[in-house]
Design a protein around this ligand. Structure first.
Ligand code: APR
Ligand code: ZN
Ligand code: ZN
Length: 364
């Protein structure tokens, strides 16, 4: 039986989001219904509201979520009713050219549920990132669910749910894309939510020197809390020189750019050591360009890599990172600034714009 539940939608561009009633169908083949427990408020949700993602209103917002599976459709084998899951927006198909090459992170046909959730009048909803989890229940493709064990309290769920998006992007930039190894040096340029998660990822991977660069002292303080050993305010100091100085004059083994501006891309490039890896996480606009002197590329070598959703494979990475969290090696709770009700998403957007929070998390 289709179920009516409370949910938060963006009805039109730039309007405040609304708490309303939606209709969630029974899961079809390969689909699952998840009773949402927690869902973080991410910049991407705001981009949906501001029209930056598309014009397919109304959107059902929310995508950094944990929940408990309450129904599964035919053929679902990876999760069962009662499982606690973290949702992801990168279910891979295993069959496209990228998957066949083994480059799963470039899968062309990431799965979403085929059926649509609707408003009570039958209007179809477009779920944010194929999830839509500011809702008491949501319908997803079963491949978007990863079972995680031993996260039973709301606090634990709020913390690990952040692996569903921004925090995974940062941790994965260090652990997966940057392949940070024990004893290496890492510099992170830009310490917003993604950058501080990269700092935590670098620490988890065993980096010894972790240089955090930002223009905002508050962000640098947070980076220090999460494992930065040196902080650099690049309004006051030259970022490249400061990173070199902090790494014995040579540059970092891995430099992670988490701003998305030409000048910080350039800093990342020049701040790498011989054979250093430069990881680009900040998303550039189509117009952005930088000039790279080829002799510098050739002489110093290394790699320039982009990182997309932390290059994560949810089935591999979510349970592993939850274990690290439970062992006390990954302080995911530090990313949860406040827990809020489902009727407080507009206020959470305002707080986000003020730049003073890492994450507001809706608790259902
Ligand atoms: N040098 C260093 N830091 C800077 C600079 C600069 N020139 N300009 C801005 N910053 C800092 C800001 O002070 C802020 O702390 O970069 C950080 C950006 O953080 P957020 O705006 O919170 O963004 P975040 O969610 O962390 O995402 C960062 O990654 O996934 C991408 O699209 C995302 O491009 C964005 C980037
Ligand atoms: Zn594929
Ligand atoms: Zn997100």
């Amino acid at each position: 039986m289709p179920q009516k539940v409370k949910a938060v939608i963006a009805r039109s561009k730039d309007a405040p989001v609304e708490l309303t009633t939606i209709v969630v169908p029974d899961p079809g083949p390969g689909e699952a219904v998840v009773d949402i427990k927690t869902c973080g408020v991410c910049h991407t949700d705001l981009h949906y509201v501001e029209g930056g993602i598309g014009d397919d209103y109304p959107y059902l917002l929310g995508h950094e979520a944990t929940g408990v599976v309450s129904a599964v459709g035919e053929g679902v084998t990876n999760v069962e009713v009662g499982d606690t899951v973290i949702l992801n927006w990168r279910a891979v198909c295993g069959e496209c050219r990228a998957c066949k090459k083994g480059d799963l992170k470039y899968c062309f046909s990431t799965f979403n549920a085929e059926q649509k959730m609707t408003l009570e009048d039958g209007t179809e909803l477009e779920p944010a990132l194929g999830i839509g989890a500011f809702a008491e229940k949501t319908l997803v493709h079963s491949g978007q669910c990863t079972r995680v064990d031993g996260v039973d309290s709301v606090d634990e769920q709020a913390a690990v749910g952040l692996l569903g998006c921004g925090v995974m992007a940062g941790i994965g930039a260090a652990v997966n894309t940057g392949e940070v190894k024990r004893g290496e040096s890492v510099a992170v340029i830009g310490c917003g939510g993604v950058g501080v998660a990269a700092v935590a990822g670098a620490k988890l991977a065993g980096a010894t020197t972790i240089v955090a660069v930002d223009i905002d002292p508050k962000k640098l303080a947070k980076a220090e809390e999460l494992g930065a050993t040196v902080t650099v305010n690049s309004k006051e100091q030259d970022a490249v020189e400061a990173i070199r100085e902090a790494t014995g004059g040579v540059g970092a083994d891995v430099v992670i750019e988490a701003v998305g501006r030409p000048e910080t891309y350039e800093q990342a490039f020049y701040a790498r050591d011989l054979a250093g890896r430069v990881v680009l996480v900040g998303v550039p606009t189509p117009e952005m360009k930088i000039e790279l002197p080829l002799l510098e590329v050739f002489g110093r070598g290394g790699a320039l890599k982009s990182s997309w959703y932390g290059d994560c494979l949810p089935e591999r990475d979510f349970p592993m990172l939850v274990d690290q969290y439970r062992l006390g090696r990954l302080p995911l709770e530090a990313f949860v600034t406040e827990k809020i009700g489902i009727d407080e998403v507009n206020e959470a957007f305002d707080t986000m714009k003020s730049g003073d929070v890492l994450r507001s998390v809706v608790v259902l």
